[in-house]
Design a protein around this ligand. Structure first.
Ligand SMILES: Cc1cc2nc3c(=O)[nH]c(=O)nc-3n(C[C@H](O)[C@H](O)[C@H](O)COP(=O)(O)O)c2cc1C
Length: 458
């Protein structure tokens, strides 16, 4: 990947014993994730290219993402903060031009603050950037490479001294996040942080990263106005040539949801969710539009089928995200393609409409372990597709899935009530599913049934 490596680097200080809290702060769970994992993710999301986590020798292992951009360095327990920082900086990548220091108990400072500091920090001259909240400077602290020598100098006894040495080179960046000036020292701080996390609106990219499919819900219905608002927002997704070739059928009636569940692999969350949305590719409305002008719709091209299916995928993804932004949870249901004709009949779909996938939605009651994703190198290429990059990402993909399996078994006794095989990685699963096994035969009926529903697929 052609990333400008090492141009910014963060030292995450996670060596403290957490004496006041009585627990290892790095491992404190906040919003379902340990502080250290949250901090690493926010640093990377905020634009840092290399994170060095400083940990005391003998401390518990850290649940960190399998990511080449993240490394851990160990120090002797109980040493001064400036020495921890120097130990971290000793691992810096060559050529780094901007540095950030983040104590793990300021992990809630967040990706936006990181991004703001990096954006404001001059690289070519000695400069220190600090976030300012409630008129106080806080963490993380960013500094340019020309300041590095002063910090690495053994005569320097604290970072504060370096900051105070020359106020002219310091710049403050006003932010509204109170956790830049407030650390997590007490159980009360932790409770306040939890409440703040629940209440805070997330910026869209972070909301995407926080996504988890939710499969258990409170029974209370989603008010019709809220559902209408969410769908109205979602349908501003891009749509091929403005064709808007999608439709949704919201099934709230419990008896009808039971019927839907029966057609969708008997998934319990369809019965349990207050609403099931059938997200359809809809060429019916195009047909009606043509009829108004004395024309018949040619629904035979594969391209039109794809356009409608892509439209349906985009609107549904927007809907899931909009729901998550309002504290709801959702799960897409591909099993809605198990019996397309029967499901179309149940929902009263006119010809040339089919359910691409379903979606359960409601106030979630589960707290799933995040599935994670393969390393970015398996997804993002520059200028040309690089198969070597993909090969390199597959080992990481296996690690991510195995780490998820271990965690889901340990914390929740398995996934959806069943223990997960901890030795099987992503590639094992893919080979098992698509390498000639039974899965290859699933939904063989799809093409004839779609034709029956009026899609030509030619
Ligand atoms: C088109 C589509 C169909 C899906 N179908 C189902 C389904 O039938 N049942 C289910 O429980 N999850 C279903 N999922 C959810 C995936 O299993 C889930 O997105 C994936 O495992 C990653 O987990 P995450 O969404 O929690 O990150 C579906 C997801 C997509 C995108």
């Amino acid at each position: 990947m052609q990333v400008h490596r090492g141009s910014s680097c963060a030292v995450l200080l996670a060596a403290g014993a957490g004496r006041r809290m009585g627990r290892d702060k790095a491992l404190l769970e906040l919003g379902g994730r340990p502080l250290v994992a949250r901090a690493v993710l926010d640093l990377l999301t905020g634009g840092v290219e290399h994170v060095i986590v400083v940990r005391a020798r003998g401390a518990a292992p850290l649940p960190l993402p399998a990511d080449r951009r993240v490394c851990v360095t160990e120090i002797e327990p109980g040493i001064e903060m400036i020495d921890s920082l120097r130990a971290g900086l000793a691992e810096r990548p060559a050529g780094a031009a901007a540095f950030l220091v983040l104590p793990v108990d300021h992990a809630l400072a967040g990706a936006e603050v990181v991004a703001l500091l990096l954006a404001h920090l001059p690289r070519e001259r000695p400069a220190i950037a600090l976030p300012l909240c409630e008129r106080r400077p806080g963490h993380p602290i960013a500094f340019s490479a020309p300041v590095l020598a002063e910090i690495l100098d053994p005569a320097t006894t604290s970072l504060r001294d370096v900051i105070r040495r020359d106020p002219d080179r310091n710049l403050t960046v006003p932010v509204t996040n109170p956790w830049v000036v407030r650390d997590l020292d007490t159980v009360e701080d932790l409770a306040a942080a939890q409440a703040w996390l629940r209440a805070r609106p997330l910026p869209a990219p972070l909301l995407m990263r926080e996504h988890r499919s939710r499969r258990a819900y409170r029974p209370d219905p989603i008010p019709e106005e809220q559902l209408a608002w969410l769908v109205d927002c979602a349908r501003h997704a891009s749509t091929s040539s403005l064709i808007q070739a999608y439709a949704m059928v919201a099934v709230r009636d419990p008896e009808r949801r039971r019927e839907v569940a029966r057609l969708c692999a008997d998934q319990e969350h369809i019965r349990q969710a207050p609403v099931f949305l059938a997200i359809c590719a809809d060429l019916h409305k195009l047909e009606r539009a043509c009829a108004r002008h004395g024309r018949g719709l040619d629904a035979s091209p594969m391209e039109l089928f794809l356009q409608a299916t892509i439209d349906a995928a985009l609107v549904g993804q927007n809907l899931q995200l909009a729901a998550e932004a309002e504290g709801l949870g959702a799960c897409m249901i591909g099993a809605a393609r198990n019996h397309p004709v029967e499901l179309a009949r149940l929902l009263g779909l006119p010809p040339r409409v089919f359910v691409v996938y379903g979606m359960t939605m409601g106030r979630p009651t589960d707290d799933p372990v995040p599935r994670g994703r393969m390393p970015l190198g398996g997804v993002l290429h520059f200028e040309h597709y690089d198969p070597a990059q993909v090969d390199a990402a597959l080992a990481g993909a296996d690690d991510v899935v195995r780490a998820w399996a271990r965690r889901v078994n340990a914390e929740q006794g398995g996934f959806q009530g069943k223990p997960v095989h901890e030795g099987r990685g992503w590639t094992d699963r893919i080979a098992h599913l698509f390498g000639g096994g039974d899965h290859a035969k699933t939904r063989r009926h799809l093409v004839p049934e779609l034709r029956q529903l009026g899609f030509g697929l030619e």
